[in-house]
Every structure is written in C-alpha cells, then in structure tokens.
Design a protein around this ligand. Structure first.
Ligand code: EPU
Length: 422
C-alpha cells in the first residue's frame, strides 16, 4: 500500500492540465458492451477505477486495448454475468447492467454491497429496468435480470428520496437505446457526465435527446454501430486543484476545463474570498488566493448545485478559513469520514445531522492520517499542503482510484510530495 508524504508550506505556481473525467469514462466504457462494433474512447484517465472497468469488460469477453488515454473496445461476443469478485471492488460496475440486459436479454450482476460514503441502494436502477419490461430476481447476492423477448420503451420517473440518480439514469438510458419504441426518463440526472454518455451513445447511432435536462427521450433502435468519443474534462479533479490553488497557490493556471461545469464550485470559492479568472473560451482559469479569506456555507445537491464529490475538499479548505462555515451534504449525509482525520491535524469541526460545522483555525499541523475514500483522501492532501510539518497520508490507493498521477501533478506545481511505495 503506497502512502503520500506531504511537506506543508510550499507555494504552488505554474500550470497543469486536467485529465478526462473518471465518472464520465466509467459508464461510457460500459456502454461499449451495447455494440459488437469497435469503439474508440479517448482521454480516459489512467486511474484504478477505469482500469478496473476495463478488466470487467475483458472478463465479460470484450477485447480491450489501452494505449495511454485511448481505449479500443470490441465486444463481439460477451457473457451475461458480472460476479461478486468483479463487482465488489467498484460500485460503478453496476453500470454494465443496462447494456448487458439490452444486448443479451439477460444480465446477472452481483449486488454491489456496502459503501463507506453511506447507504447506496440501487432500487432506482432496478425500478427503471423493470419499467422497460425486465423481470428481476435476487438470488445468492446477485440480481438476475431477464427480458427474453427484449425490452420495451416506457415512461419512467427516476427520482428517489435524495433526488435523481446519475448511474441509475445512465443504466436506463443505455438499456432503452435497444428497447422497442420510445422511453421517456423523467426526473433524470442532469450531470455533465450524463450528457457525455448520451453523446457517446448517439455517436454509436442511438437516438437520445434531452440529456442535461430533467426529461430524456430515447427512441429505441435495432442495433448500434461503432463510434469514437473524447471524454469531457474531470470537473471534480479540476475543482480539487482549484481548491488546492486557493489554499496554497500564487496564480496557478488550470487548463483543459469547462467553465460551465464548475460554476457552483468557483462561486463558493469566490464567497470564501478567493479569485478564479477564466479565459474567454472558458477552458482554463487562473486561481489566486484571496487576501482576506473567510468562511462560507455550502449545501451539496444534484448538478448544477455544489457537487457532493467536492464536499470533503471544500471542508478541508474551510478548516483554515477565518469564521464559521456550515457544510451540508444532502446527497450522502454520512459522507464526513474525512472530518475525524482533519481534526487529528488540528481542525475544529463538528458533524451534526448531515452537516459539518467548521470553525476556521489559523493553521493545521501535520499528522499521520488515513484516507477512507477517494474524495476524503483528496481533502487530506489539500489540508496537508498548508499544514506545518510532514503529513503522512496512508491508504493512498483510495486517491489513485480517481486522480490521475496526482503526486506528479502536485510536484509540477511546486508542492513537496513523495509517494512512498511499501
Ligand atoms: N440512490 C437511491 N437509489 C438508487 C440510486 C441512488 O436512493 O437506486 C440515492 C443515493 O443513495 C444518493 C443519491 O440517490 O443519496 C444519488 O446517488 P447517485 O445514484 O446519483 O450516485 P451514483 O450514480 O451511484 C455518482 C458518482 C459518485 C457521486 C454521485 C452523486 C460515478 C461513477 N459516481 O454515483 O461519485 O458522488 O453520482 O453525484 O459517477 C466519486 O467520484 O467520488 C463518487 C462517489
């Protein structure tokens, strides 16, 4: 297990490029199972989650080649079963469900099991696929979907108690591409990653419209062909580096981004007293630490509101912002594992009923800390950048799930970080 040593107190400068989006890549890779023709997907980040999805596609029988950021997939003959050994390591593996069911009329996918960031049911995925005519049985920890005569388009409301579901919308959208007739998904997730998947599906010959709005319409087609696609920039990696630059930087330039995907994040940073200036095209920005940083209140909610995947990093930033901030997570109210570790570094934070109440302190101090999940580990890296001394972040594999070469990118900005291989 690798760990990261972060020697705090170095000022960040210079520029970095943001990688392709992990959360857009995962369903797009799975969608290649819908066709027996070749798919070429570019800017897939080299992180363990995408490598893992590539392994799953291989285990299902697809030929997959990866050359730097480009992945070629040929899923000519595939199996219908994704067993527990494959699914348990990454919850997003469930997005093979829709494509397998649509293509083969049967899908056996293990229930993904627990997740550290909170209870993550998949009832909405199941509800959506059932509405398309699939029968579902749960047996031995597996979901067995069958639709021997194919799927049929339907009107489906995907809203759950915490709002719409991103991967649930993706699963139903992918399955509906090969269903008979028209499917309308109401209360669809509007995240940019859903739009990117729809664009990829349309490049294969699907007829998806309305992605990015609450109502997506899919006219089923008999079969899909091959296609090529370039994945959108990772808005959460971008947000994480923007926060790092606000904490520890002096004019850091962040390139290969999409401004419109970052509005909620940059608005909150502006409220916390920092400056983010975009270029005219909205494809890069320069971040400057404010002279008088202050606290701010944040409440996560589905896109375009503040993303839950930036909650931990923002909490780390606010830990040393003067004043009191309240950070509420309405999507995953238990996603505060990072707080206990930040407190070990001297932060003054209380978690109460789905919210962190942060009293900004002057300085954090280094400590050995434990990464508990992907975004929590990013929060610890941010905290360590300005802490006094050397922070040792254990269980670095969490951060490698979703941040491409984070240590190299931080080094290139002037941070003093060392990956220690054990
Ligand atoms: N939910 C249900 N039933 C379902 C599905 C979801 O009640 O069947 C609830 C969830 O428990 C949660 C809310 O709906 O309270 C939203 O969850 P969603 O289904 O949208 O999450 P997801 O699609 O499984 C994706 C991202 C997550 C991100 C969430 C929310 C990927 C691969 N994962 O997960 O990303 O936090 O959307 O935006 O796209 C991460 O990258 O660190 C990460 C966890």
């Amino acid at each position: 297990m690798d760990k990261l040593l972060v020697h705090g107190g170095h000022t960040l400068g210079g520029s970095i490029n943001i990688s392709g989006s992990k959360n857009a890549s995962l369903p797009i890779l799975a969608a290649a199972l819908l066709t027996d023709s070749d798919c070429i997907i570019r800017r897939v980040p080299d992180v363990s989650d995408t490598n893992y999805m590539i392994q799953i596609l291989g285990a299902l029988g697809a030929d997959v080649e990866r050359a730097s950021g480009t992945v070629r997939i040929s899923a000519q003959s595939i199996a219908d079963t994704a067993p527990y050994e494959l699914v348990r390591r990454m919850r997003a593996s469930v997005c093979v469900m829709g494509p397998l069911l649509a293509r083969l009329g049967r899908a056996v996918v293990s229930l993904p099991g627990g997740c550290i960031i909170g209870d993550r049911p998949i009832d909405l995925h199941i509800r959506g696929l059932k509405a398309l005519g699939a029968q579902v049985e749960i047996e031995g920890g597996n979901m067995i979907f069958s639709a021997p005569d194919g799927l049929t388009g339907a009107e489906i409301d995907m809203r759950g108690t915490h709002g719409p579901t991103v991967l649930g919308t993706d699963n139903v959208m992918m399955a509906a591409c090969l269903a008979r007739g028209t499917t309308v998904i109401e209360s669809a997730a509007t995240e940019p990653e859903v739009i990117d998947l729809a664009d990829f599906l349309n490049s294969l010959g699907a007829k998806v419209s309305g992605a990015g709005t609450r109502r997506i319409t899919i006219e089923g087609v008999d079969q899909l062909g091959g296609g090529e696609h370039t994945v959108i920039p990772d808005r959460i990696e971008a947000g994480t580096f923007i926060a790092a630059a606000a904490l520890a930087g002096d004019g850091v330039r962040i390139r290969r981004i999409k401004q419109k995907h970052l509005t909620a994040i940059t608005d909150s940073l502006a409220e916390a007293g920092h400056r983010v200036e975009f270029d005219a095209a909205g494809e890069s920005c320069t971040v400057r630490r404010g002279d008088t940083p202050c606290g701010c209140n944040i409440s996560t909610a589905p896109y375009p509101s503040f993303p839950t995947d930036m909650q931990a990093q923002m909490t780390a930033l606010l830990a040393t912002s003067p004043g009191i901030s309240v950070v509420r997570d309405t999507i995953f109210p238990q996603r505060f594992m990072h707080v206990a570790e930040l407190k070990r570094m001297g932060a003054n934070i209380k978690v109460d009923n789905g919210a962190a109440i942060v009293h900004g302190v002057k300085k954090l101090s280094a400590a050995p800390v434990m990464a508990s999940d992907l975004r929590a580990s990013a929060a610890l890296v941010l905290a360590a950048l300005t802490a006094t001394g050397t922070t040792e972040i254990n269980r670095l594999y969490h951060i490698d799930r979703g941040y491409e070469h984070i240590d190299e990118k931080l080094l290139s900005l002037g941070a003093a970080v060392e990956r220690v291989r054990e």
